[in-house]
Design a protein around this ligand. Structure first.
Ligand code: K2U
Ligand code: NI
Length: 182
């Protein structure tokens, strides 16, 4: 099982690399990697397992965070009584709203041990094209918190970390029109 020692931290250059597209149909190795990533999220959200193995909770994880610079990410979380659980291969944002959104409490990252306060402005709504673990095409639309999570993860595939988006002069600057998400 993956634990925090397997998580690449932001002092490592590899976390800044652009991830390579994954060849389709997905290999058994790719499917195993996606399953290990999902297992980590499930373990990290289980109070007993997380405490036993000292796991930080995660609602998403991207392959570069476990040292695999390929375009793979998994998200798993409940929001507004809906389960969002996706294993995504080669995800790409193909369209997005003009409207922006941000989490009122800012963001964190499994790969970033320090706290970076401030608003991370992202698109309020996104449409993603990706492939599932069987290589079938997906087209998914997200808004609000789920959209924030997916953008955080897809950023990882481009070597971007959440604090790259925080306004250095005024970390809590946000346009009037941006949607605050609690
Ligand atoms: O990619 C990661 O490091 C996982 C992040 C994803 C994330 C961070 C901020 C905002 C949205 C998504 C971790 O899930 S951060 C820890 C966390 C845990 C539960 C709820 C929100 C954030
Ligand atoms: Ni992260």
């Amino acid at each position: 099982m993956l634990t925090m020692k397997d998580i690449v931290r932001d002092n490592e250059a590899s976390l800044r690399e652009k991830s390579k597209p994954v060849e389709l149909p997905p290999s058994k190795e790719t499917k195993d990697t996606l399953n290990k990533m999902l297992e980590f999220l499930l373990n990290s959200q289980d109070d007993d397992i997380a405490e036993k193995y000292n796991l930080r909770p995660g609602v998403g994880i991207a392959a570069p965070q476990i040292g695999i610079n390929e375009q793979l990410t998994v998200v798993h979380f409940d929001y507004d009584d809906k389960l969002y659980s996706y294993k995504l291969i080669n995800p790409k944002i193909i369209s997005h709203s003009v409207e922006l959104a941000y989490l009122a409490g800012g963001e964190g990252c499994l790969s970033v041990d320090d706290d970076y306060e401030g608003y991370v402005l992202r698109y309020a709504r996104i449409t993603i094209k990706a492939f599932d673990e069987n290589g079938e095409p997906l087209k998914l639309r997200f808004r609000g918190y789920p959209a924030i999570v997916l953008q955080h993860e897809i950023d990882h595939l481009n070597g971007i970390l959440f604090y790259d988006h925080i306004n250095k002069e005024n970390p809590f600057a946000a346009p009037e029109s941006a949607k605050e998400i609690n």
